[in-house]
Design a protein around this ligand. Structure first.
Ligand code: ZN
Length: 309
C-alpha cells in the first residue's frame, strides 16, 4: 500500500519525518515552525533512496561520563547529512549488562498531520509493530509527540496501561531545536522550546495519565542550552547508540543488518512506530531482530530499567 507516487515521495522526503536517526534531506532546515511546511525546493529536496545504506556508526566512544554522548555540535553523518548534537544526552546504558532498550519514536510534524487530514496517508500508526511487540512480550519505550498523542489517544492509553511499554516525550510537533537537522522545521527561542517540552509532557499526562521522564530531541538535534532546558523541565534527554535506519527504508533486511551490527550491551536502539509510508519495514525487521538478539543472550528492557542503578 501507499505506493509512492512522485508527489507522495516528494512530500514524504521534503516534509515529513526526517530525523531521529533517519535518513533525512541534507543541508539546512527548510523552514521554521509555523512557517512554510510545503516544499521550498531547497533543504527539503527529495533524494533517491540509496539501495543499501550502510549503518551510521556514531558511537559514544570514550564518554566523559558513562552513557553520555561526547559529541559536539554539527556532527557529520556518513550519509552526508549533518545533525547538531549536544553533549550531556544519554546515549546508552551500562555496558556490563546484556540489556537493550528498543525505542520507537511517534513522530508527527504539522505537515504529517496535514497529510493525514487530507487523506493522502491513511495513518501514522504502525499497528503491526505494536502487535509484534505484544506478541513477543518485548518491552519498549515509545517517544510520543504531542500531535501523535492527540491523534491516537486510545492507542496511547493502551500503551500506558501495558507494563511492557514506557512512554516518553518527543516534543509537540517534531520541530528541530538546533540545525542542521535533516531539514526539519525549526523551533527558536527558549520560551517556544520550553513549550515544546512541557506542552508535550502535559498532553501525555492528560491523555495517558503518566508523566514522561525522558525527552528525545526531534532528530536528536540540540545545543547544550537545549539540554539544560530539558533538564530544567525535569526530563532527561536521551539519544541512542544504535541507528536502525528505518526511515524511508523498505527492505527490512537492511534494518536487521544495521541493528545487529551495532547492538551492544546497554544499547539504545532508535526506530519509529509510524509505519508506512515513512517507516514501512520496521515491524518486519523487528520480527527478526528481537529473536536474534534474544538468542545472543540479550534482554529487552524499558529505558528506566536500562538506566536504573
Ligand atoms: Zn523523531
Amino acid at each position: 500500500m501507499a505506493r509512492p507516487t512522485p508527489l507522495l515521495s516528494a512530500l514524504v522526503s521534503a516534509l515529513l519525518l526526517a530525523g531521529c536517526g533517519g535518513k533525512g534531506a541534507p543541508g539546512p532546515a527548510s523552514g521554521t515552525r509555523g512557517g512554510t511546511e510545503t516544499s521550498d525546493g531547497t533543504g527539503g529536496e527529495p533524494r533517491p533512496r540509496a539501495p543499501a545504506p550502510r549503518p551510521r556508526t556514531r558511537r559514544p566512544g570514550r564518554a566523559p561520563t558513562a552513557g553520555l554522548a561526547p559529541l559536539g555540535p554539527g556532527v557529520a553523518l556518513t550519509d552526508g547529512s549533518q545533525m547538531a548534537v549536544a553533549a550531556g544526552q544519554v546515549a546508552h546504558g551500562a555496558r556490563s549488562r546484556r540489556e537493550i532498550a528498543l525505542t520507537f519514536d511517534a513522530d508527527m510534524t504539522r505537515a504529517m498531520l496535514a497529510t493525514l487530514r487530507s487523506g493522502r496517508v491513511s495513518g501514522w500508526l504502525d499497528r503491526r509493530l505494536f502487535a509484534e511487540l505484544r506478541a513477543t512480550r518485548t518491552p519498549a519505550t515509545i517517544f510520543l509527540t504531542g500531535l501523535w498523542t492527540r491523534q491516537y489517544p486510545a492507542q496511547v492509553r493502551r500503551l500506558a496501561r501495558d507494563p511492557l511499554f514506557e512512554l516518553a516525550n518527543h516534543s509537540i510537533d517534531h520541530a528541530a531545536f538546533a540545525t542542521p537537522c535533516f531539514g526539519l522545521p525549526t523551533v527558536a527561542g527558549a520560551a517556544a522550546k520550553r513549550q515544546e517540552v512541557v506542552g508535550a509532557a502535559h498532553t501525555i499526562e492528560q491523555i495517558a495519565g503518566v508523566r514522561p521522564r525522558y525527552f528525545r530531541f526531534p532528530g536528536g538535534c540540540a545545543r547544550p542550552s537545549d539540554v539544560s532546558l530539558v533538564e530544567g523541565a525535569g526530563e532527561r534527554p536521551v539519544l541512542w547508540d544504535v541507528v536502525s535506519g528505518d526511515a524511508f527504508q523498505r527492505d527490512p533486511n537492511v534494518i536487521v543488518r544495521a541493528v545487529l551490527a551495532q547492538a551492544r550491551p546497554g544499547s539504545i536502539v532508535v526506530a519509529h512506530c509510524i509505519g508506512a509510508p515513512n517507516t514501512p519495514a520496521t515491524a518486519a525487521a523487528m520480527r527478526v531482530i528481537i529473536p536474534t538478539l534474544r538468542a545472543r543472550g540479550y534482554r529487552f528492557v524499558t529505558l528506566s530499567q536500562l538506566l536504573a542503578g
